[in-house]
Design a binder for this molecule. Structure first.
Ligand code: 4NP
Length: 161
């Protein structure tokens, strides 16, 4: 089992969007029994909250389910439990280093996987208000992440449904 944790600051805008998008992508490839997906935030301000309205609007628009997603704060146990911790920006990586030590190969930014991306941080829509931009970046990042996991862990895709 490969375990993926998406990480952002508040766990209501970017990482829940990535969790929902990646979950749907993995299900479409029939890989839901091989890849486990979750998200968390560095802060505790929104613990227990559902995703931000802007994120819900995007997910509703693209018919991507998010019913099971509620904000939680990352714990040091997560560092041992997850195969990959996929951060939205550089500040998240810095914040993570204060939670505990994790081998660096298992921690990266989502857009580090997107060679053509000039900017490797997913801008925080809590402050920019631009959730469409986040969706575009999350979508391409999640596609590359799935390719990486399929190749690296030698998973074979099923038809899914
Ligand atoms: P996120 O956005 O990290 O993408 O979930 C934020 C949400 C809430 C806050 C900051 C960023 N906040 O300061 O409450």
């Amino acid at each position: 089992m490969v375990r993926v944790l998406f990480l952002c600051l508040g766990n209501i805008c970017r990482s829940p969007m990535a969790e929902a998008v990646f979950r749907q992508m993995v299900r479409e490839r029939g890989l839901q029994n091989e890849i486990e997906i979750d998200s968390a935030g560095l802060g505790d301000w929104h613990v227990g909250d559902k995703p931000h309205r802007g994120t819900r609007e995007i997910l509703d628009r693209y018919k991507i389910p998010y019913d099971s997603i509620y904000s939680r704060q990352i714990t040091s146990k997560d560092l041992a439990d997850f195969t990959y911790i996929v951060a939205m920006d550089e500040d998240n990586i810095e914040g993570l280093s204060r939670v505990g030590k994790t081998p660096s190969a298992r921690v990266f930014r989502l857009l580090d996987l997107v060679d053509e991306a000039q900017e490797k941080n997913v801008p925080d829509p809590y402050f920019t208000g631009n959730f469409d931009e986040v969706y575009r970046l999350v979508r391409v990042g999640c596609e590359r992440l799935l390719q990486k996991i399929i190749a690296h862990h030698a998973l074979s895709q099923n038809s899914g449904n």
